[in-house]
Write a protein that binds this ligand. Structure first.
Ligand SMILES: C[S@@+](CC[C@H](N)C(=O)[O-])C[C@H]1O[C@@H](n2cnc3c(N)ncnc32)[C@H](O)[C@@H]1O
Length: 370
């Protein structure tokens, strides 16, 4: 990607409520949320709550859709339960929904139950909602203003593709591939890992300023079980399919070879150890839980063709805006058609990689300064 192509200026999940929107194509994330809910409730149950007038929660990389609202409800209910059990005054709850500026905040706010009765008495689980646009690699909130941060399926997004991967003179050049591949150069995976480390460090530095002492972060994002960064699990398998679809488009002359060669996907699936090392090195947060969590979910599939179409739809909802910004809108329809075909031809490999996939669950507490 050329240096003036800034991911944070263009990235967003497909907005709206159409057939290709993220809101309608995030069932994998919805199933994962069901698996994560007990961990989320348990974490809040373990927090040390103190009397305060306002308990502030942020959802970073919230996108828009049913999952976003559901998460906010789960967190608010758990916080209220905890305050009730402790018998201390119930604070007002404030939820900050945060994402990059291109996110469909309109859809998000239109779906919120925002009304407060005129007598000012709040219903159970009412929260005050606000939107915050910006990158979580930078500061987003005032100092010591947040008690709990949630982020799901977002932190694997990088602030940029590592520049070495797109430099033909570098040993990390990724050539005609569009992502890390088991068969690709190890230097490519290492460059992605370095970029992830740089980004996570910035993320932790910013959050260390914003989270109150004793505040918690509940982070879940795409990750891998094994040690080798070349084995990217589900994302690696999707990258392989996308690479085949791009090859088809280049062979047919729809996309220029050089343009495809300069494109790479900006995400990385780390291991739990890689994340733990970064958190410990940073030192601002204490690790409460850090593990690879398998999301082993069975998918109901009628045929390989159906499977190919389903995966293409899910990843189109995630990648369409990014790909259209780089290659132009005219490539999107045929690219994802090729993707669906290639996914159905490789259905069993892709199915197994996605099914065995999972992510890193990192639950960390803001350390107290001595
Ligand atoms: C797959 S969506 C996850 C949405 C939701 N949390 C869920 O679990 O369904 C990933 C979100 O992360 C956001 N994102 C990626 N990089 C970001 C950054 N640097 N700062 C803020 N949001 C970011 C994207 O815009 C996108 O909305």
């Amino acid at each position: 990607m050329s240096m003036d192509f800034k991911i944070e200026n263009v990235l967003s999940m497909n907005g709206g409520q159409t057939d290709s929107s993220y809101a309608r194509n995030s069932c994998y994330q919805e199933i994962s949320l069901r698996i994560l809910q007990p961990y989320l409730e348990e974490s809040i149950g373990q927090m040390k709550m103190v009397p305060c007038g306002r308990f502030c929660i942020a959802d970073l990389g919230c996108a828009a859709g049913p999952n976003t609202l559901h998460v906010a409800q789960i967190i608010c209910r758990a916080v209220q339960k905890k305050y009730k059990a402790l018998g201390i005054g119930m604070p007002d709850l404030q939820v900050f929904f945060s994402d990059l500026p291109c996110n469909d905040f309109n859809l998000l706010f239109q779906s919120l139950p925002l009304s407060v009765p005129p007598d000012g008495r709040l219903q159970a689980c009412h929260y005050f909602a606000a939107g915050v646009a910006g990158s979580f690699h930078n500061r987003l909130f005032p100092r010591s203003s947040l008690h709990f941060i949630h982020s799901s399926f977002s932190l694997h997004w990088l602030s940029r593709v590592p520049p070495e991967v797109e430099n033909q003179m570098s040993s990390s050049w990724n050539g005609d591939r569009v992502y890390i591949s088991k068969e690709g150069r190890v230097e490519v995976a290492e460059a992605y890992l370095r970029q992830f480390q740089e980004d996570l460090k910035s993320f932790l530095r910013a959050r260390a300023e914003e989270v109150v002492e004793g505040g918690w972060m509940f982070l879940f994002f795409s990750g891998r079980a094994g040690a080798c960064p070349r084995q990217q699990g589900g994302s690696g398998a999707v990258g392989d399919i996308l690479e085949l679809a791009f090859k088809d488009m280049v062979c047919e002359g729809v996309i220029e070879r050089a343009t495809r060669d300069s494109f790479n996907l900006p995400f990385f699936s780390p291991s739990a150890l890689e994340v733990r090392e970064l958190v410990e090195e940073d030192g601002s947060f204490l690790v409460k839980k850090m593990e690879f969590l398998s999301m082993d979910t069975e998918m109901k599939i009628q045929s390989d063709v159906d499977f190919g179409r389903m995966v293409a739809k899910q990843f189109r909802a995630i990648l369409e805006v990014l790909i259209a910004s780089y290659f132009g809108e005219h490539v999107v329809e045929s690219l994802f058609q090729r993707f669906a075909e290639r996914a159905s031809q490789n259905a069993s490999v892709l199915y197994n990689s996605l099914r065995q996939g999972g992510g890193i669950l990192a639950i960390i507490e803001r350390a107290c300064t001595p």
